[in-house]
Design a protein. Sequence first.
Length: 430
Amino acid sequence: MFRILRYLILISLISSGYYLFISEYLNISGKNIYKEEIVRKEIVKDKKEIIQEKKEEIASPNIKKSIDKEQFVEKKIEILQGDTFVSILENLNFKQKKIYEIISKIEDSFDLKKIKTGEIISVFENNYGEIKKIEFFKNTETIISVNLDKEINLNIIKLTKASFIESKEYTITESLFSDGIKNGVSSDILVKIISLFSFDLDFQRDIRVNTVVSISYEFDEIVETGRLEYNDIKYASIIIDGKQLEYFKFITDDGYVDYFNREGKNVKKSILKTPLDGARISSNFGMRKHPISGFNKMHKGVDFAAPTGTPIYAGGNGIVEYVGRNGGYGKYIRIRHNNGYKTAYAHLSNYKKGISKGVRVNQGEVIGYVGSTGNSTGPHLHYEIIYQNKHINPLKLKLPSGKILEGKELEKFKEEYKIIYADHLSMLYE
C-alpha cells in the first residue's frame, strides 16, 4: 500500500513538473512569436511606406521639371588662355578614364580645338555635387549637351533663330557714334556705318550738329538665349548741310556684298590707303636704316603704329592668297585683288577666326589684329600694296574707281534698291 502511494506521488510530481515546463515554454514561445510578428509588421509597414514614397516621387509630373530646372545647379566656366577641355575636366576632378570617354564622345561630332579663349562651358551639378551634364556652344545657333550618367550621351541642340530688319533715324548733336547709342543703334552697326562712309567723309571734320543719319539693317535673335547678331546694313544715308550721301546693299554677280548709290556707282575705292583706324605712321615707304639690322634697306611698305589687338581691315575685295608665318614678317596675310593689285599685312598678333587660304573677303572686313611678331621693335602693322608684282607707296596710290554696275546687273540693282528704300520708309513711319 505504501509502495503504491509512493508511486502515485511520484507520478503526480512528474506530471506537475511537466505541466509547468510545458506552460512556461508555451508562454515564453508565445511571447517571442508575438514580438516577432510585431517586428515583422513594423518592418513591412516601413518598407511599404518607403516603396510608396518612391512610387509617388517617380509618378509625380513635376519631378522631371524639378530635375531639369531646380535640382541642377549651373556653374559657368570661362575658358582662359592655355586651358584645354582636358585640363578643365581634370580641374573638375573627373578620373582619366571618364575624361577619355567624354572627349571621345564629343569629338565624334565636334573638334574641341575649335573652342576659343573666352567661351563659356556650363556644368550642371545635382544636389549631391555630382556633375550630370556639360554644355557649350558649338556655334551661336547650336549647343552641344553631354549627359553624364551610367552611359555618356551627346545631344546636339539646335536653337531657334529669328531674322529681323530694323530702321532707325536720328539727328547728331554730339557725334555719330554717341548719338547712335542713345537712339538704340548697336555699336556693331555704328562701326559699319563709319566704315561705309569713310571713303567720302572725315568724321572728325565733316560731321556737324544737325547731321541726319538714316539706316536700315539686318539682325538675328537666338530665341532661347535672347542673343542678338547684327548682320549687314541694307540702307544708309547721311545728310550734311542739305547734301545727301546714300548707299544700298547689293550682292554683285561675282558674289560680293557691296554698296552702291542710286546710279550704281560703288561706294568703295579699289584699295584702302590705311587699313586700320586711329593709327599713326611710324615708318614711311622708301630707303631707311633698318631698326634691327642697322643697314640701309628699302622699306617696301608703310608702318602704322597701333596698340596690340587693333583690328586690321581687308584693303579691298579679294581672295586670301597666303596666311601664316613668313620669316621676318611674322604672322602675315596677303590678299589677291581682281584688278592686278595685292595687299600684304605683316607682324600680326593673330588672325581673325575663319581667315584661311582661298577665303573670299570684302573690303573693310576684319582679317587680323595688330601685333609685333617677326622682326619687330613694337606693335605695328606693316602694310604693302603690290601692283603687277611691284611694290608701290600706299600713301601715293592713285586710287582707281570702284565697280560701276552696268546692263542687266544695273537693272537688277535698281529693282532691289527701290524695294529696300520703300521698306525702310515703311518701318520708319508705320
